[in-house]
Ligand binder design. Sequence first.
Ligand code: SF4
Length: 260
Amino acid sequence: MDGNRKIAVELEDGITVESVFYGSGTLCLSSQAGCPLGCAFCASGRTFFRNLNLEELWAQVERARALGCDFRRLTLSGSGEPLLNWEVTRAFLAECRERGLELSLTTTGRPLERLEELLRLPHNGLMLSLHAGSAATYRRILPEGPGLEELWATLGRIWPGLSRRSRRRVGINYLLFSGLNDTAAELEELARRMASFPEATLHLLRYNPVGLASFVSPEEERRQEIYRALRAQLPHVRRGNRWRGQCEGGCGTLLAAKSR
Ligand code: SF4
């Protein structure tokens, strides 16, 4: 398989959720059918039906297996905020460990008490969606997120108690939006904040358009420029791999629908 593959799974009540198998060997699963947080750039957040149960998370894994997807790791980064489906997320994390499956997660950090709990649990990667340097820009992008100041404060409180290994597994996700969060002021503030968390990795991600005209990715040249500038200031900066840039996948592109 040389590209990404979106996989639709129909649930017993007629709701269909999507997963995506990335050509890199990662299977991305949804934790909710739609998402109640409605981040401004995200197609998944246009609708919300309900939380998924544990069996429905495993059903996505089994469906991918049945289709011959040869995944090596799982990520709970599709539709939904995993911390809003906390008991299921925690149980899934534990079961993945029992089965020897690597699981990473992507979260806005809401609610923050759950984020604190998750940071202390064993996982294979915890990506925190920030997408802004200033609190005002953050609110435009993640109107229902826990708040930028609150997130940095929570990380600052937890960080000293985490092992170096756990700290290295924390990532900050930053989707680049032209003219919104790619300005010098936003990026300077981001770098200033991240300097307090030197083991964390900044992931600069390209935005895949989902039909929301107000959000546009900067051109490749500008993305390169931003990457180089941040690399000069922070120890761990990465760009999204080529699989995340394909239209069949990427942040905010998975959908949920109800047929009956
Ligand atoms: S980006 Fe994540 S948290 Fe935000 S609406 Fe989309 S699925 Fe929900």
